[in-house]
Ligand binder design. Sequence first.
Ligand SMILES: NC(=O)c1ccc[n+]([C@@H]2O[C@H](COP(=O)([O-])OP(=O)(O)OC[C@H]3O[C@@H](n4cnc5c(N)ncnc54)[C@H](OP(=O)(O)O)[C@@H]3O)[C@@H](O)[C@H]2O)c1
Length: 436
Amino acid sequence: MEKEMVVGLLGFGTVGSGVHQLIEAHQDELVHKLGRGVKVKRVLVYDLQKAREVQVNPELLTNDASEILNDPEIGIVIEVMGGIEQARNYILRAFEKGKHVVTANKDLMALHGPELQSAALENGCDLYYEASVAGGIPIIRGIEDGLVPDRIESIMGIVNGTTNYILTKMDDEGVSYEAALKEAQELGFAEADPAGDVGGMDAARKMAIMARLAFSIPVDLADVEVQGIEQLALDDLQFGKQLGLTMKLIGRAHFQDNRVELSVEPAFLPNTHPLAAVKNENNAVYVYGKAMGETMFYGPGAGSLPTATAVLSDTVAVIRNMILGVNGKQVIAPRFEKVLKEPEQRNGQYYFRLQVQDRSGTFTVIASLFNKLDISFERILQNPVNESDNSGLAEIIVVTHQTTLDRIDAAREELEKTEVVTGVKSCFRIEGGLNS
Ligand SMILES: NC(=O)c1ccc[n+]([C@@H]2O[C@H](COP(=O)([O-])OP(=O)(O)OC[C@H]3O[C@@H](n4cnc5c(N)ncnc54)[C@H](OP(=O)(O)O)[C@@H]3O)[C@@H](O)[C@H]2O)c1
């Protein structure tokens, strides 16, 4: 048998401990697939004294990264420590020493992916990052390998487990956003500071990474328009139900006619859409390619062993490249220029919830306003007014036909100025149309 492959782990938290566990438990499978074993020689941690749930030989632990980065025996560095600047610095140092790198770090890849990929190539090294998007789901490999001959036009993803858990609770059990978030925190699905998840930035990072790869354009994180779920009202989810729609935090990346559109926003999907069935903390990525049509990748988007599986899959890919002597040959140069779509080039169907004066003539005013902007309606619903409600106000839901975003923006502005409308309570995109 060939000499075992020696790796160094940067981090021994949720993912790092999972990687160590998998390497130990699946050694026979690794030997069978690779003709050699894999050995963890050193593990970087922050706190050497910390009590750890997953057993590790204390002699492997170090808090000095040089013991990994300068060790000539270590051929692969697995970065699972998180953070940006320090992780970037360690990865660049690993490349300078000719070491290949596997990372799960979406924050880093979204911000510095192209720089790190260039550094890898310059040093003849591999950089793999499957676990940075949707945890254990092999979506990067799916785009890069499985769908490589196709022209991908669209990616829609539920790529944040925390927000999907919260939305599932709100939708299935009718609990408020605040109550659902509290429960997610108690169960460990949401962090004490959930801003990155509920604000949509975590999903935006993953969309930027996927769009870069799928469309071969130089996407920056700032190109992704981001709206979170913090302001979401249960009322909208319930009106959605009446219309046969489910609310999800959807990451969208569209590329058509050499123009790109990137967003993360709460949006409605018809209940029959495959993404509508993705519940709790699960993730899914729906891809539309010109030749392939629709595909969907579904599974656990986080967690110790699922994420470790993706990390180890990358490690196996690096080792196979080493065996074949083809490391550092990934094609990374973008093929197309980046041109973002203007609002008048962005189409969609929209849902409005309006608080209005409950009197005759209100509908006519609203209809003529939409008519003036050349927006037609597909459906209008009125919420029955409670008899004890003396406010003189009512709520109506307007579902438009396909229109452009500039018109929707203009409609919101005009509605706010209209006397019979006392508030535009919400406005959401509907992806995939009403069921009937
Ligand atoms: N958790 C998931 O399900 C998941 C899924 C997909 C991707 N990811 C990504 O995977 C990476 C790791 O996530 P995680 O959840 O495993 O994080 P974590 O549980 O917080 O673990 C981080 C580990 O890195 C060590 N560490 C952090 N900063 C360090 C420093 N400056 N010097 C030395 N050691 C340091 C910590 O040491 P101590 O143990 O001593 O504190 C800990 O062992 C992140 O980039 C994350 O975005 C995570």
